[in-house]
Unconditional design. Sequence first.
Length: 573
Amino acid sequence: MYLTPDRERCAMPRRLLRLALLLARLAQVCVLSLICLPPLLVSGLLDPSTGPRVLRWYFVRCGGAYVKIGQLLASRYDLLPARYCEELSQLLYALRPVPADRIRRIVERELAAPVGDLFRSFDDVPIATASLAQVHDAVLPGGERVVVKVLKPGVEEQVRIDLICFRLTGRVLDTLPLLRGVDVRFVVADLSRSMLDEMDFHREALNTSYLHGRMAADPIAHRAPAVHRSHSGRRVLTLERIDGVTVREIIAALDRGDTDALRAWAAQGITPRRTAIVLFRSVLEQAIRLRVFNADPHPSNLIVMPGGALAWVDFGLVGWVDERQWEIQLQLREALTRGRVHEAYLALLRAIEPLPQNRDLRGFEQEVKRGLRDYLLAAEDTGSSLAHRSSGVFLMNTIRALRRHRLPIAASTVALYRTILIADMVVLRLYPEIDWLGHMRRFLADLTPDLLRDAVEEPLTSTAVLYRLARTPQAVSAAVDWVADRLPQLGRSTLATLTFWQRLSLAGLRLLRVGTVLAGIAIAATIVTPGDPVGADPPSLIGLIMDNPWLALLGCVMLILVLGSLIRRSEST
């Protein structure tokens, strides 16, 4: 696009300012990394709480998108010790809030109206502060209680700068013994794709509204909040207020043995066991039945309402399952419930796209089948560790095996497996004795009638299928005509394609071409190693060739080309 001189003069300071901010940000991250690296490397020699506190301090001081990395690691109990996850979980709710006057200005600018006209009341004290947004209680003019999610000021530009810094930070994190086994490059790439989408509240409103309707229509005790589109925009999202207890609070009460809190919640129908079962079933319903799922099921995003219903309250990250992926996941789960290791391996193999040709997969097959057997045995053993009994851990180990053997896998599959992993670890914290396979079998039994009904109804409501059915008589008539008329013609032409003499002449041409190639090789050898023939005088033809080897070699090449053309023409006719 052409810029006028005035616009160019305005654009140059902005570019210089952005470059200066990037350099300053890089310097800040490098200094903080150098400060935190020594205590993290020797954390095993210090107090057990030192390492977790230093790592959380690092993410908080870096701020911006780095907080999001800490939030992701807070749910990875399979990769980090529990004390690190508990410390990093404070990043989900213990961040410094943005002053209320700045939040109000964003709301008024985005919704083009004063806050006093938009809401009957607006609480200046936030109920939650995340890495990208801040949530406030409010009441609509009609009296309905809502929550208002507001994107933090300046966070968009800061995230874009941080995405550039991630590659350098990833190299630093790779050196930490704490993060061995974490695919830092994949985490960075995953965040780079998702964070820009997560800052667009139009997209989140669309996801929330869709799942609100779909969850309300099924019999499972889960739900999503309603969206108030009139009070929402690209940086502001107004949702139905949902009251209850967060899953994070339930897990904390279990860890500290707070029986009084657990009894009080049980009186409202809120128990850890029921919550775990509903969460497990909700993830299955979203991924398999709805084919759209919340991809960020950390405990602070899950609220248990009085009566035991589970509410999902953050749909910034949403994944989807296409038809092929859905069929693969269904086959995988059915094979697991039946204990069929080879069928489960074949289902996992189908997720590899594209499957490399002429690749020896025996090592990969042995590794995956060993993992399948270990998982199926651990799932039946209540005394095994949480990591061994988690289907999410097994799926993520499968992804690591794919990468070790340099086999590709779709990004949507990775997102689904990561979601299952996070949800599994939450479920196991709530209910360590859960019968994975039993609940999976019940889900598949409930799903079967719906699948059979869809298999019957879908063809009857498909325009393409109905059109083909309507044209069946014409297609049958055309097929009969083709069999009666065209098929005998093809048979006769096929029989008459090559006679015995034609096949014999074709074989002769091929033999002559081979002889010409050998003669050419012999002539080329005489050119490379010249010398007088020993013995009697050669025949006249051979003598002529020996006297003019280059001319003879050219003749051989021409004859080979002519013979090749004749052979191709004979084969085509």
